[in-house]
Design a protein around this ligand. Structure first.
Ligand code: SF4
Length: 213
């Protein structure tokens, strides 16, 4: 990579980490998913239960099989049939897990964590409930400010996630958000974590990789 591109990339990450720390979050940087997975595994040492949101980023770390092998109970609603009582219960258990693993739609260089959910299980569980919350973020999700975060959600994350779920929403056709009234809409709850929530410790892991939508 060109040295100036590399320097700019690291400046972006460093600025984001400084802003997150000023806002009361723990902010860590890892160059690879393997290093991030190793750190998360250490953080899980005193945790019996682990909740996981609907995140491709965390799954890409291949951390879940390791946690299962270590005897942790994993609350992963993706393994259950959507709409069943078991799936609903699993989403609820995520909110009181010892460790909650999630990603984010966008993290700003000014230090905010921004998410838009269909159900709200992620936006709920990352703000209150679990003993520890870890949010894993690829460098592709770092944006300058809140306006850019919403733009990312509406121009990238929402349309791609809708397509991946085979939703019949207008953004799948246009490539950008139409603020639809579709019954298959996936954007129903928006959360901005401006500062560390009073009763929840949040660790943001920034990764020098492009991961997730
Ligand atoms: S609100 Fe509708 S159109 Fe916009 S991103 Fe969400 S699902 Fe797509």
């Amino acid at each position: 990579m060109d040295e100036f591109v590399q320097a700019h990339k690291m400046k972006t990450i460093t600025t984001t980490m400084e802003s997150l720390k000023k806002h009361g979050f723990e902010a860590l940087f890892f160059a690879s998913r393997e290093e991030a997975a190793a750190h998360i595994f250490e953080m899980a040492a005193d945790c019996a239960t682990v909740g996981i949101g609907g995140t491709l980023t965390v799954r890409a770390l291949n951390i879940l099989p390791r946690l299962e092998e270590a005897g942790k109970t994993i609350f992963d609603h993706w393994k259950l049939k959507p709409g069943t009582p078991e799936e609903l219960e699993c989403r609820k258990r995520q909110m009181t897990a010892d460790l909650l693993l999630a990603s984010s739609n966008a993290v700003t260089m000014t230090g905010e964590i921004v998410n838009r959910d269909g159900c709200g299980n992620r936006t709920n569980s990352i703000t209150f409930g679990p003993k520890k919350v870890v949010i894993v973020v690829g460098r592709n999700k770092i944006v300058p400010d809140l306006d850019s975060a919403f733009a990312r959600i509406e121009e990238v994350a929402g349309p791609i996630r809708s397509a991946s779920l085979s939703r019949k929403t207008p953004c799948v056709a246009t490539g950008y958000c139409m603020d639809c009234d579709s019954p298959e809409r996936i954007c129903n709850v928006t959360s901005i974590i401006h500062r560390k929530p009073m009763l929840t410790k949040i660790t943001v892991i920034l990764l020098d990789e492009e991961l997730g939508y």
